[in-house]
Design a protein around this ligand. Sequence first.
Ligand code: SF4
Ligand code: SF4
Length: 126
Amino acid sequence: MLFHLRQLLKDAAGIEYLKVVDPYDTKNMIKTIKDAAAYVNDPDGGIAVIISRHPCVIGFKDEAIPQKIEVSVSEECDDCGFCHMRFECPAMYRDKETQKTQINNTLCARCGVCLQVCPRDAIEKV
Ligand code: SF4
Ligand code: SF4
């Protein structure tokens, strides 16, 4: 049976705070999570629901990544490790020999999301 989760949550569960966010838009995603946390902690707030929605990169590559973006790690990288340890894109890793952060171009889906992630802006478009 086809049903709309958003409508069900609003009508049946009475959820008033409900946002649908594209997780590839990391700035908006982080803002929405902060807004939801504030709503939950507000005495006049309540339950907050965030639906994180983006087409599957494996099953729907063209829809998921309509514009392919080539990226590389620049000299600005100080190997803080944030991108591969916290962001956890499988294409990003620290090379064991050089101890430098690198991108595996075979695994990279060219989504460009990492451009929004590095705190030093050390990932750049090629
Ligand atoms: S987050 Fe940026 S500075 Fe840190 S390891 Fe990754 S590319 Fe380098
Ligand atoms: S472009 Fe996408 S898949 Fe490639 S390294 Fe960046 S986040 Fe990972």
